[in-house]
Write a protein that binds this ligand. Structure first.
Ligand SMILES: [Fe+2]
Length: 137
């Protein structure tokens, strides 16, 4: 297990938490694929998954922000936009040059940072806000 889902990351909204768990699982799949020499073969399907995932998942999170008048929504949405930009750059590069070990590593890094910084950071803070109405530091 490379980065393990922990129930303390849950924001308490079943569908969002299911989607977050799925992202952890996809990262683990990628690391296992790299370990067994299938990283390049798995890259294109993974990028396709992340593309569809991000569009749906971020939209659902942002709808929740609005519904709950989340005061940090603007910063959180900016982080989503930055991730989408990184994903789009990866996708463009994969389409232009094909899968390479370099792009597998770059995708792994983007995904890892997303899980650690965003899901375990900003999304968790949003979960705290949903539970208590107050963000924890
Ligand atoms: Fe988020």
């Amino acid at each position: 297990m490379f980065v393990e889902w922990n129930e303390s990351y849950a924001i308490g909204v079943d569908e969002i938490d299911r989607q977050h768990r799925e992202l952890f699982a996809r990262f683990e799949d990628l690391m296992n694929a790299v370990g067994s020499g299938r990283g390049k073969a798995d890259l294109v399907p993974l990028i396709g998954f992340l593309d569809a995932y991000a569009a749906t998942h971020f939209h659902e999170e942002e709808q929740l922000h609005m519904r709950h008048h989340y005061p940090e929504s603007c910063f959180h949405r900016d982080a989503h936009a930055i991730f989408l930009g990184r994903l789009s750059a990866l996708k463009t590069e994969v389409e232009a040059k094909g899968a390479s070990n370099h792009l597998v590593i770059e995708t792994g890094k983007v995904l890892f940072r997303w899980l650690v910084d965003h899901v375990c950071g900003m999304d968790r803070q949003f979960g705290d806000f949903l539970r208590t109405g107050v963000e924890e530091a």
